[in-house]
Design a protein around this ligand. Structure first.
Ligand SMILES: Nc1ncnc2c1ncn2[C@@H]1O[C@H](COP(=O)(O)OP(=O)(O)OP(=O)(O)O)[C@@H](O)[C@H]1O
Length: 670
């Protein structure tokens, strides 16, 4: 692999670009907001990595404190005590060696060394006890830290504006953050190890400084090559991961599609598997090439680091030998120095490795932090103006709205009124802006210009939690939760305990009671295939469940977006009858439908075209030639004609196929 550090791997990766181009319409790279890959590479210098370490450790400590303060205290106290025992132990070893190497008979020397020996043994026992306590507390902390980190980012992400959820840069952050939560868990272990190694190193360094001031700088020289090697590899791995996260995500998507339930029929009937497998392989092979590249860099870096470390070790022991040679150091002191150098060098290697681990994990934790900061920045504001208890009308005033990245507005200068207790229908061609309009009405989106007023309160300034609380919505693409039928209905108002009587009443209202009756465990049936006892239901049956959910929510404003598109004629009639009946109970309803005959009873009909309201009025007004532009009337008549006697295509040997021709009709049916 020859790609340079800053070059995107796809450029050097042969088949990857082809797969990306075909399946995803372009090369899969991310703009992080804080720079390109090349920028990231430059930013990850050794200095900044070391500089950011304390901040990231502080993040881990904060998470650990939130997760289990008692366990955190045990870890900290345990590790400090362990370090102290090591330091004291080294000093005891020094006295032990002094006694053993002193002139005199062996039994006498052994007797003199006994107290130091006992102290070394005692300290070893204490050290082990501290190690066990710290290990147990770390084990307790780990999963809790991951939970706290996960809960935190999920909680924040669930509150961001819809716009952020559709933003691919934000998605990238969410992908990284999932790793960040796991990294936070691992950071606890690594941080503990860092503390252990650091204390052990301080102990060894302290003893070495006392023995001879020259030994400490030599010990540091021994450690530097390992530090450089480990940090260099951590940096390579991190940059590589960031480059490849998008490709990994895409390859995972392809592999999931191959086993996806919804795609299963098409995968088989259309023979899609070889096509997907080919592209999966291309993407996987590119990742493999990247792994090979990293392995070679690792081998090279390790070789340089080991060579430098070897030289430093020779120099250190050489200096020790010279000191002994010139009588500047006693033999017992030299023995302790060898021990301290060994302990210190092991601690330094361990410390460097662990610091690198912390550093590596901290980069992912930093991503998690960035996501949390971004999620806070893009959150739906909490608080705001209170809505009046009774909202007489919801009013759109010159509302214009453009989706992020879209070239033209989806709503343009829209004026509209939804009076309290009335049924308002929105009709118009595909893509005319109906669903967008209800998203703004429900507060899910805010206008770019103009105002959406709930009883005079602008949704941009209102407490949006209050707006949401008053809305019950069955969106076109309402979510099919992979839970039981009960939860699929009761989740409409999940803040309250689920009440079976209310769930049953809502399902009866929407005609979902028949669906539930047909399920093996009634409301307790899991509506998710692929799990034990999970059931799948039809699109129309799901639509009834969706309607029941909106009914259960019992919002003051009911928004139904294409509620009957998958329903059979009887069920469709029933739904519209129910909606009309609601009008009599003072329920405000906004109905989106393409079935124009079903809006006859609406109090107001708005006709949209290319994001603009082209006409509005009652059904009679829109149908009357004198009071309408004809947009609604023409569409209505076009639909009505389809219900009149069908025209029959000409067949070979027939000369007459005119509509109404009884012969033609008879032949057509035969
Ligand atoms: N999330 C989105 N991001 C970008 N553009 C969108 C998004 N949702 C809708 N649009 C665009 O906004 C326009 C209006 O879409 P909208 O879904 O509001 O139309 P609609 O009248 O409800 O259509 P339909 O009758 O097909 O449901 C369309 O051009 C559509 O492509």
């Amino acid at each position: 692999m020859t790609s340079s550090a800053g070059a995107p791997p796809a450029a050097a990766a042969g088949g990857l670009s082809e797969s990306e181009q075909l399946l995803f319409g372009g090369e899969l790279t991310y703009d992080y907001g804080w720079g390109t890959h090349k920028g990231a590479w430059l930013k990850l210098s050794l200095r900044t990595m070391a500089g950011s370490l304390p901040r990231q450790v502080a993040v881990a400590v904060r998470l650990a404190r939130a997760a289990d303060p008692q366990a955190l205290t045990t870890v900290v106290v345990g590790e400090i005590a362990r370090g102290v025992t090591q330091a004291v132990s080294l000093i005891a070893v020094n006295s032990l060696l002094v006694e053993l190497l002193a002139p005199g008979d062996i039994p006498g020397r052994l007797r003199a060394a006994l107290p130091a020996l006992t102290l070394v043994a005692f300290l070893a026992v204490i050290g082990s006890a501290c190690k066990s306590a710290s290990a147990a507390a770390t084990g307790i902390l780990e999963p809790k830290v991951q939970r706290v980190a996960t809960e935190r980012y999920l909680g924040l992400v669930a509150r961001v504006e819809l716009e952020a959820i559709e933003d691919d840069a934000f998605h990238k952050l969410m992908d990284s953050a999932q790793w960040g939560a796991e990294s936070a868990r691992r950071m606890v272990v690594h941080c503990t190890a860092v503390v252990t190694s650091a204390i052990s190193l301080i102990a060894a360094a302290g003893v070495l400084t006392v023995l001879h001031p020259l030994l400490l700088p030599l010990l540091i020289c021994m450690a530097l090559p390992s530090a450089w090697g480990s940090l260099t590899m951590a940096r390579h791995r991190y940059v590589s991961w960031h480059r490849f996260v998008q490709h990994v995500r895409a390859a995972q998507l392809i592999s999931r599609l191959l086993i996806d339930q919804q795609a299963a029929a098409e995968v088989r009937v259309h023979g899609v598997a070889p096509f997907l497998l080919k592209h999966f392989r291309q993407m996987a092979e590119t990742s493999e090439r990247e792994q090979t590249r990293l392995a070679w860099i690792g081998a090279r870096t390790g070789l340089f680091a080991d060579a430098a470390r070897g030289l430093a070790t020779v120099a250190t022991y050489g200096v020790l030998g010279l000191l002994l040679w010139h009588g500047q150091m006693a033999l017992a002191v030299a023995g302790t120095a060898v021990l301290a150098i060994r302990t210190g060098s092991v601690s330094i290697t361990d410390l460097v490795l662990r610091v690198t681990d912390v550093q590596e994990e901290s980069m992912f934790v930093a991503d998690l932090e960035t996501l949390c900061e971004e999620a806070v920045r893009r959150a739906i504001p909490t608080g705001g103006l209170d809505l009046p208890e009774r909202v007489d009308e919801i009013r759109f005033e010159k509302v214009t709205f453009t989706y992020p990245g879209a070239e033209k507005p989806s709503l343009h200068d829209v004026d509209l009124v939804v009076p309290h207790g009335k049924t308002v229908a929105l009709v118009g061609k595909n893509g005319s802006g109906k669903s967008t309009l209800v998203r703004l009405l429900s507060g899910a989106r805010l206008p770019d210009t103009g105002r959406v007023l709930w009883g005079g309160v602008d949704t941009a300034q209102a407490d949006r939690a209050q707006v949401f609380d008053r809305v019950a919505m069955v969106a076109q693409d309402f979510y099919r939760w992979p839970f039981t039928a009960r939860v699929n209905i009761g989740i409409g108002r999940s803040s309250a305990p689920m009440d079976d009587t209310a769930v049953e009443a809502a399902s009866a209202y929407a005609g979902a009671d028949e669906v539930v009756k047909g399920l093996p465990h009634g409301l307790g049936t899991l509506l998710a295939r692929g799990y034990k006892d999970g059931q799948e239901i039809s699109g129309g049956q799901w639509q009834k469940i969706g309607l029941a959910r909106a009914r259960y929510r019992d919002g003051r404003v009911l928004i139904v977006d294409e509620p009957t598109s998958a329903l059979d004629p009887a069920a469709e009639q029933r739904v519209f009858d129910q909606i009309h009946r609601l009008a009599g109970t003072g329920q405000t309803t906004v109905l989106i439908t393409h079935r124009l005959h079903s809006v006859r009873h609406a109090d107001l009909i708005y006709v949209l075209d290319e994001g603009r309201v082209v006409e509005h009025g009652t059904f009679e007004q829109l149908m009357a030639a004198t009071t309408s532009t004809g947009a609604f009337r023409e569409a209505y008549e076009l639909q009505a004609r389809q219900f009149q006697r069908p025209s029959v295509p000409a067949q070979a040997g027939r000369t007459s196929c005119e509509p109404g021709s009884s012969v033609g009709e008879g032949q057509a049916r035969s």
